[in-house]
Design a protein around this ligand. Structure first.
Ligand SMILES: C[S@@+](CC[C@H](N)C(=O)[O-])C[C@H]1O[C@@H](n2cnc3c(N)ncnc32)[C@H](O)[C@@H]1O
Ligand SMILES: Nc1nc2[nH]cc(C(=O)O)c2c(=O)[nH]1
Ligand code: SF4
Ligand SMILES: [Mg+2]
Length: 210
């Protein structure tokens, strides 16, 4: 296929820049501890300085892959699929999620919400970022809000974001990994004083799994 044709298919969400796919245990948030197949899609321009997958940012370094082949792999591993990135909402998630749904798979999203919500989801984890705030309907649709705590102000930001989500959304504070020794005591103290929040840890990093 020539380059322009590939770009059109990527624009349509029929091909996606695939960084990696792996079967593991969901490490974070509400579904932590549950086996799931992860699909990591390249491309993100949100620019979190502490991002733990900076290799995902440049979409051009990840091969445009037909969604049929992504789904063909996914069905072999799990009935629960986590779409992450990069920022998946950089792309039109409609075709990929339709194809996964056609195969009766549960479809979970990890997103910053920096771009409009596309696709159809069984579970949405919204992890908003100060440098590119979510807009619109994702606050109504999110099942969990997962705020990363790197500095003290992130607790203020967390409350601002919590005031925007729907009433059923589950609220998590997750320590930024590199400063966890400093921030875990703040988070523990905050959750005990504000028990509508829960702690989320990146348990896969403690388990040494992907
Ligand atoms: C790599 S991001 C990809 C999905 C999407 N771009 C997002 O940020 O939600 C997956 C999850 O990891 C979190 N995360 C990334 N780097 C982290 C770090 N250093 N410490 C803790 N959580 C991190 C993000 O906030 C997000 O919830
Ligand atoms: N095990 C595991 N759980 C995760 N939950 C969210 C992740 C992500 O990078 O989106 C992630 C990840 O990278 N690995
Ligand atoms: S939005 Fe997600 S993928 Fe993008 S830089 Fe931030 S943590 Fe990394
Ligand atoms: Mg991760």
């Amino acid at each position: 296929m020539i380059k322009d044709e590939v770009m059109i298919l990527v624009d349509q969400g029929l091909m996606l820049p695939l960084m990696e796919e792996f079967y593991t245990i969901q490490g974070e948030g509400f579904h932590k501890g549950t086996a799931a197949y992860f699909i990591r899609i390249g491309g993100c321009d949100v620019g979190c300085h502490w991002c733990d997958v900076k290799e995902s940012w440049n979409a051009a370094t990840h091969p445009p892959t037909p969604i049929e082949s992504i789904v063909g792999n996914a069905v072999k591993f799990s009935d629960t699929i986590v779409i992450t990135g990069g920022e998946p909402l950089t792309w039109d998630m409609g075709p990929l999620t339709s194809a996964l749904r056609f195969n009766n798979l549960k479809i979970h999203l990890e997103t910053s919400g920096a771009y409009p919500l596309t696709g159809s989801w069984d579970w949405i984890c919204l992890s908003p970022k100060k440098n590119k705030l979510p807009e619109g309907e994702i606050y109504d649709k999110a099942h969990e809000l997962k705020v990363i705590v790197y500095n003290r102000h992130d607790l203020v930001f967390a409350e601002e974001q919590a005031s925007l989500v729907n009433k059923d959304c589950i609220l998590y504070l997750q320590p930024e990994w590199s400063v966890r020794e400093k921030t875990i005591p703040w988070i523990v103290d905050y959750v005990m004083k504000n028990p509508r929040w829960k702690v989320s840890l990146q348990t896969h990093k403690y388990l040494n799994i992907p």
